[in-house]
Design a protein around this ligand. Sequence first.
Ligand code: UDP
Ligand code: MG
Length: 322
Amino acid sequence: MATKKTSSPKAKKSGTLSIVVPCFNEEDVIDICHEEITRVVDSLPYDIEIIYVNDGSKDATLEKLRSLHSKDKRVVVINLSRNFGKEAAMTAGIDHVTGDALVILDADLQDPPDLIPDLIKMWKETDADVVYGQRTVREGETWLKKITAKSFYTIMNFIAHRVEIPKNTGDFRLMNKRSIEALRQLRENHRFMKGLFAWIGYKQVAMPYSRAPRAAGYTKWNYIGLWNLAMEGIAGFSTVPLKVASFFGLLISLLSFVYGVYIIIRTLISGVDVPGYASLTVMISFLSGLQLLSIGILGEYVGRIFGESKKRPLYFIEHIDK
Ligand code: UDP
Ligand code: MG
């Protein structure tokens, strides 16, 4: 792909770098975003391809992207048939990159394009397959979001089998050809990308950075969305909750058995006791709570099996402007 302008036009290009940006209702930031990205990549010794994936935006995002495409030949616009969510939008972008490496960025500039050269430098220095951005500061986020994020990573890594998901890491990362190829093979419908990124393995190194607040617009996440994402992560990468349910089931049956034996012996020795409504109520409510919880956990997994068994494509493309 030809680059129109670079800071040193005669410099020999050493391959193609693809930038993937998922966009959902980002009309406020998309122009600044493109300006920032081009400012940074213009000085890089690579041919550049910038893939914007319009994830069913309801505002003027698509029009803005199309006008960027008409002005800048490096821009590719993938327009999805509806809003599929960030994970699917990123997947669509990753499926279409042609570069030797890719960088995933958020449209709201929370993953600063200025760090692209640093990602590349680290990639070259460490010879890693993946260089992921690791947030040191989470500016513009509430304490509640920080705490929930922290506890999530702790629980997740405690129970995820073999795969370690790095803390404070988003989707901002550089991936080389073979890790892109690997990721493309993971076609599951329930996509917890942080988990999938980690799952492929290879050499992955962290690049610390401070995450900026949104440049404009507002976050599309709410706590229900985050809860669902967390469940996605846990149920997609671990069967520990199922084991916990059976463990407690076993433990409680054992305890009830011992208690039963104790009652029998006590009745034999000191006769029939005053009926114990209190202890009965406590036990019944405790056990029914536990049963509902276990059924709920089972349900999470059954729901995922249901979702995967349909084998639906991850997204549909309405049009690609190349
Ligand atoms: N995004 C998307 N589809 C969605 C929601 C978000 O493509 O359904 C994109 C959004 O345009 C942005 C990125 O994903 O580029 C991150 O979204 P956001 O800033 O809302 O999330 P946060 O930074 O708060 O995690
Ligand atoms: Mg954001």
